[in-house]
Every structure is written in C-alpha cells, then in structure tokens.
Design a protein around this ligand. Structure first.
Ligand code: SF4
Length: 385
C-alpha cells in the first residue's frame, strides 16, 4: 500500500492542438485564444484549490511534466504564466526534472529560450516520422525538416535533455523506411527516444481509412521487425532500452514516467488529467467549459474516481514493473504489499521463467528478450481473476 504522503510528480494537461492528427483520440481541442485564456483561468483555480494559497507552499515536486495536447501551441506569455503559477504554489526541489511536450511545428528559438530560462530543462518533441508521406498519413502539421530545425533550436536555447517521440506500424510504412528514420533520428543525437507502435483507435479518421480498405494496416510480423530494429539501432547509438517503448542515454531516463511505471502517486491537473493519490485514482472533467465553470464556483472538477483495490494495485504494480527492462523490484514489492510475489501468485513466476518468458536478475524479475515480444500476454498472466 502507498503511504498517504503528497506525490512529488505533477502532470499538467494542456488540451489544445493546432489541428487534430488523424490517429489521435487524446483529449485536445483546436486552439483559439479565448479558450486558452479560459483554460488558464481554470488551471490556476485548480492549483489554488489543490495546494492552497501561494504563501503556504508545502508541496514539493521532483518532476513536472506539461503535456497534451500540444502545450507549445499556447503563446510564450501564456506558457510563462502557467510556469510562474506552478513555481508560486509548489516547491520545485533541487534537480527537478521539468519537461514540456512540443510539436516541431509550434516552436521557435525565442519560445524555447524563454522556456529554458523559466526552468524547463527537458523537451519532448513529437517527431513521429521522418518522411512526408508517413507524416501526411498521420496528419501531422509539421515536416521532418521542422523536427531537425526544432532540435537545433532546442540546443541553441540550452536544452541538453531532448526526447523525440516516434511512431511505427503506420499503414504504408516499410521496415526500410523505419530503419532510415531511426538513423536520421540518431543523427540528431537526442538524449531520449520513445517509439510507439501505432494504435488504430475507434472513431479516428485513420482507423476509418484502414477499415474501409483505403489504407492497408501494417502486418504483425512487420511491426515486430520494426520494434526489433528500434532496439538494435538505438542501442548501437548508445540509447539503452529501459522500458518497452523508451530508450535513453545513461542518466537521461525520464524520471516523471518512472513514477508511473513504479505505480507511485502523481497529481494531474487540467481538463481530463488523471491523478493517483493514495489509494484513489481519479480523472478531471474533460469538457473545457464545465472544467472552468466548476472551478470558478469553488468545486474541484473530478469527473470520475475509484478506489484502487489491493488486488488491482498488485496487478498494476507488476504490469508496470515488467514494462521496465530492469523489471519488477521484488524487494520493493514485498515492502509495499507486505508479502513476497511468490506468496501472492504461487508458482506463476516460476512457470513463466521455465517457459523462457521471464528471468530473475538479483532482486528483479524481468521479461526475457522473447518475453518482450509478447509482453502483454505475459503481463496478463498476473491479472486478478
Ligand atoms: S499533436 Fe498530439 S495530442 Fe495533438 S492531435 Fe496530434 S497526436 Fe493528438
């Protein structure tokens, strides 16, 4: 069980984008200035209601992550207003990791420099692909040349911790194109790369195009080959895999995301943001107007919440722990739940080890390279019945 202390990880959701990508089912609205102002008003009220007045700063943070949406479609002045409000109401601990997500089509050196000066020290760029064809299929607003420029501008602005997000298994994408994209990304010398297999989400234009036969989905074996290529190419460039979809230079693992993978507490603010506080999980009102009106009347706009049962807590801790290449920390598990894994699932880990899907390394239980390729199936073995 988690202690009821304050989480030290803060997520801020910015629910705006310049245009909706064709594969996206995240909560984001088309940017316009008046809605952005409404959002900032609501967000500031939410911070005040969660934390109290700024003269009473008691909430220490070791990671802050401003994500979306596309945070950088807000103006520099708006972003600085949000950052100033965060700094005014929380204690940013020494060495805080402060990330902002950005779309390469929405940054320039002035905006990046202002963010860096304000204390943002990690930039996560949604590069996604390196050919105009694939970027077009995904419906991205930027070109690969803009990604290259954004990375250069980030360096000029003083960012020494840059992540690039990439997507594989896109309809029409070939293994050769993907390998070439990875090489181009490596040449940009990012400290961190995330590679995600495309999920065709219900209701998105891309899913409709695939369902109608207009686009051919990527074959499963091609997707696996692309995943293997990510591991090989990024590793040979010094970007070690530390999670199923994440690769980093030594010491540049994303500390904010490690909080999620350790199934620890975090506070999420903004429309649709999720939080885990103690044994509760909750998410905010999604609708921007309802979110802001609720906060202006003094109410927290939690739209949904649930008590996390001990069974689900255990399962999620295993599921998330196995996502990391170091695996599930068995000692930490025992301390948190008061009993060893073997006692909760008698014989299960042993049987998966015997099948060559899991292995023990010191205090950790982790996926083998074979288990990594069927990770979801392995993790689901631990699902509560
Ligand atoms: S930029 Fe990101 S959040 Fe915005 S529409 Fe595209 S995928 Fe969705």
């Amino acid at each position: 069980m988690l202690e009821n202390s304050l989480p030290t990880a803060l997520y801020i959701h910015v629910p705006f984008c310049v245009r909706k990508c064709r594969y996206c089912d995240f909560v984001s609205y088309l940017y316009n200035e008046s809605n952005a102002r409404l959002y900032i008003t609501g967000l500031c009220r939410e911070i005040e209601q969660r934390v109290g007045c700024k003269h009473d700063k008691r909430w220490p943070l070791s990671t802050v992550f401003i994500g979306g949406g596309t945070p950088t479609c807000l103006s520099t002045a708006m972003l600085l207003e949000i950052i100033t409000f965060i700094k005014g109401h929380f204690i940013l601990l020494p060495g805080v990791e402060f990330t902002i997500e950005a779309n390469p089509g929405t940054v320039d050196v002035d905006k990046l420099s202002a963010l860096r000066r304000a204390g943002v020290n990690r930039l996560s760029l949604g590069a996604q692909a390196c050919t105009e064809t694939t970027l077009g299929i995904l419906g991205r607003i930027h070109t690969h040349a803009q990604t290259v420029t954004a990375v250069r501008q980030a360096r000029e602005a003083g960012f020494d911790n840059v992540n690039l997000d990439l997507i594989f298994e896109v309809p029409g994408q070939t293994l050769t194109e993907w390998q070439c994209c990875l090489e181009q990304v490596v040449a940009l010398q990012p400290e961190h790369v995330s590679t995600y297999g495309l999920q065709l989400e219900e209701g998105t234009p891309l899913k409709e195009q695939v369902d109608s036969g207009f686009l051919q989905p990527c074959a499963e074996e091609d997707g696996l080959a692309m995943y293997r290529a990510s591991i090989d190419i990024l590793k040979s460039a010094g970007l070690e895999q530390y999670e199923i979809s994440n690769f980093a230079k030594s010491g540049r693992e994303c500390r904010h995301n490690l909080v999620y993978w350790h199934n620890e507490q975090y506070l999420g603010l903004g429309p649709a943001a999720h939080s885990r506080l103690g044994e509760m999980r909750m998410s905010n009102e999604t609708n921007l107007i309802d979110y802001t009106i609720g906060l202006n009347t003094g109410a927290l706009t939690v739209a949904w919440s649930e008590n996390i049962t001990p069974e689900n807590d255990i399962f999620e801790t295993i599921f998330l722990g196995l996502r990391m290449t170091c695996g599930l920390d068995l000692e930490r598990f025992k301390q948190r739940f008061g009993r060893p894994l073997e006692e909760v699932y008698p014989g299960l880990a042993e049987s998966l080890v015997n099948k060559g899907l899991l292995e023990r390394r010191g205090n950790h239980l982790r996926l083998t390279p074979r288990g990594l390729m069927v990770a979801n199936e392995v993790m689901c073995e631990f699902a509560p019945s």
